[in-house]
Design a protein around this ligand. Structure first.
Ligand code: GTP
Length: 249
């Protein structure tokens, strides 16, 4: 197999993606597909870290909109990511992929606590490290956790796996004329209010010059293409990247 472009990456898996068509909970075939893609990353000898969202189970912001205090709701969201992390670990290990789950909130009976140097050691030993419980702090999204962990472990790129093909000028689910960008700068994303990640996550990427690729994780070949450096999805990087619209197909 040919050499991947990256040696160490962090894959952000959205919780919503795991819900599949049901829109809630963990869809067995979706998590199985995600695990297969992660297995492929390992087979390509890419050191792989995962941050998983929790939106398929509970969203802090939605909880606070429903009358809970924001801090409690955010902690519930963090616990939701732990459920997803344990499910993914279990499926990956059934497929023969070695994993470690590290949680930002200590719950030592079921996961290691997050220790940066230990996470890096696991990656060096070719274990997939799944980071659970976000940053461990309320008011921070799992996207921000993904960027933070990427920087901490020296990932070369953050891959944001979603249900859509990349970043569009309009919502592609609502407007069929929406056009996909192939490249954007961090400032484009902020200026145009493109809802890829919250602004904390985007600025943290920008300040640390961490490239981000948004792509469709449902397309089975995508992860391999992304890792080989093929132009899949939307690349968000620093100012000298040229913005242009993606070619259809
Ligand atoms: P190396 O020292 O690099 O070989 O890493 P290792 O993870 O194999 O060693 P360690 O002895 O730390 O862990 C052995 C097993 O226990 C692994 O499956 C870890 O995920 C798990 N483990 C380690 N620390 C904790 C913890 O605090 N809580 C839980 N629940 N499991 C842990």
């Amino acid at each position: 197999m040919s050499q991947a472009k990256y040696q160490r990456v962090l894959l952000k898996v959205s919780g919503e993606l795991l819900a599949g068509d049901e829109g809630f909970g963990i869809n067995p075939s979706m998590i199985d597909d995600v695990a297969d893609q992660i297995k492929e990353m390992v087979a390509m000898k890419v050191e792989t870290a995962i941050v998983i969202g929790g939106g398929n189970i509970f969203r802090g912001i939605a909880g606070s909109a429903a009358g809970m205090d924001r801090v409690s709701a955010d902690y519930m969201g963090m616990l939701a990511t732990v459920l997803n992390a344990l499910a993914l670990q279990s499926i990956l290990e059934q497929k023969g992929v070695f994993t470690r789950v590290q949680s930002a909130i200590e719950m030592k009976e079921l996961a290691e606590v997050y220790i940066r140097r230990k996470a890096i050691r696991h990656l060096e030993k070719k274990r997939v490290v799944i980071f659970a419980a976000g940053t461990g702090n309320p008011y921070f999204s799992t996207d921000t956790a993904a960027v933070l962990r990427s920087i901490e472990i020296d990932a070369e790129v953050i891959l944001k796996g979603t249900k859509v093909d990349g970043v569009f000028d309009k919502d592609p689910m609502k407007d069929p004329t929406a056009k996909q960008y192939s490249e954007l700068t961090y400032l484009n994303v902020i200026d145009r209010g493109l809802k890829i990640m919250d602004s904390t996550a985007v600025t943290l990427c920008m300040d640390n010059n961490l490239p981000l690729i948004v792509f469709n994780l449902n397309e089975k070949e995508n992860i391999r293409k992304v890792l080989m450096g093929e132009p899949v999805g939307t690349l968000i990087s620093k100012a000298d990247a040229v913005e242009r619209e993606a070619h259809a197909g």
